[in-house]
Design a protein around this ligand. Structure first.
Ligand SMILES: Cc1ncc(C[n+]2csc(CCOP(=O)(O)OP(=O)(O)O)c2C)c(N)n1
Ligand code: SF4
Ligand SMILES: [Mg+2]
Length: 322
């Protein structure tokens, strides 16, 4: 027997055989769960394929993968990934993911959801996850409609969109996800398209490598209730997929024109481009995560109180409640 560190820093006795076992390669077969129940042609299939690819490529420890979601077609995502996961309350996935990320910083927390889940009922939670810079990778499948509930106007539906809630056409100004995320304080903000699998993979990997609240908005077509809406950004359907050229800091005159991802105002300017806009990383900055700040605070507090164990703290709390 030997010792291993568990979540709260305490030591647990584990069999040496478990520690020394060679790590098995993470295969697509191992991470695939149920057969996806999306409509044939739904953009979300491509997102799932891209995600599988990232997990395989990064060969993450299988037992450390967590996928979470709210409610919606897109939020069914965790069902299709063989790992820890939860399909949670509509709009409340960010708080759930925040708790898991803060309590178990050793886990890889991936959050998935739709435009309704993230920008409507969950819009407030999105802002707070962003400003607190809680470490997670949040992938929003934006189809400009409520798909699961069969075609209601969503916060990203364009003005004029006819739906069950706006039979004569939407009249409200849509949310601009990039602007919302910049203003909210997210530290990694990017945009992609479900018809661009290599681009999605690249962005998921960058978001995963980023320490903090990283969010990707992905235009993912609902073929059932808003077909063809993203064709203007799909070269296979006559559109153009314009990728942000990031600064290389190589001192060349062309570099002057390229985008500085650390420049918040430049990111905001990109976000004002008319639909379908541009794709890639809009903004990335380094700011301490709540995970690291909280860890420091917990350690300092523990030191001041004689380094009690979790069990002792719990016992004291119960004693106080008596
Ligand atoms: C508290 C609550 N309100 C409303 C609903 C009904 N509801 C379920 S999914 C959904 C919208 C889903 O839209 P979106 O997040 O865009 O996901 P999509 O289905 O388009 O992928 C709504 C309103 C619910 N399940 N719970
Ligand atoms: S209703 Fe739309 S979003 Fe839902 S599975 Fe079907 S195509 Fe996808
Ligand atoms: Mg939607």
């Amino acid at each position: 027997m030997s010792e291993a560190t568990i979540g709260n820093g305490e030591k647990a006795a584990v069999s040496a055989a478990v520690i020394d076992a060679p790590k098995e390669k993470l295969t697509k077969k191992a991470i695939t769960a149920d057969h996806p129940t999306w409509c044939p042609g739904c953009g979300d299939f491509a997102v799932l394929a891209a995600f599988y690819k990232v997990l395989e490529k990064r060969n993450l420890d299988h037992e450390k993968i967590v996928t979470l979601a709210g409610i919606g077609c897109s939020s069914r995502f965790p069902y299709f990934v063989n790992g820890h996961g939860a399909h949670y309350i509509h709009g409340r996935a960010v708080p759930l993911a925040s708790g898991i990320s803060l309590a178990r910083p050793d886990l890889h927390v991936f959050l998935f959801g739709g435009d309704g889940d993230g920008f409507s009922i969950g819009g407030n939670h999105l802002d707070h996850g962003a400003r607190k810079n809680i470490n997670m990778t949040y992938f929003i499948m934006d189809n400009f409609v409520y798909g699961l509930t069969k075609k209601q106007t969503s916060p990203t539906s364009p003005i004029g969109f006819k739906s069950k809630t706006d039979p004569t056409g939407a009249i409200d100004q849509p949310v601009n996800p990039m602007k919302k995320l910049i203003a909210g304080g997210a530290t990694f903000i990017a945009r992609t398209h479900a018809a661009q699998v290599p681009h999605m993979i690249q962005l998921i990997e960058r978001a995963f490598d980023h320490q903090g609240f990283s969010v990707i908005e992905c235009l993912s077509e609902c073929v059932e209730f808003f077909p063809d809406v993203f064709d203007p950004a799909n070269p296979k359907k006559g559109g153009s997929f314009e990728v942000i050229q990031e600064k290389k800091w190589d001192g060349t005159p062309e570099d002057e024109m390229r985008h500085d991802v650390t420049d918040e105002l430049a990111a905001y300017k990109l976000a004002t481009l008319p639909f379908p806009g541009v794709f890639g990383v809009f903004y990335e900055t380094d700011r301490p995560t709540k995970n690291s700040l909280e860890k420091k605070w917990i350690e300092t507090t523990r030191e001041k109180t004689g380094n009690p164990s979790d069990l002792e703290i719990l016992q004291k709390t119960f004693d106080r409640m008596k």
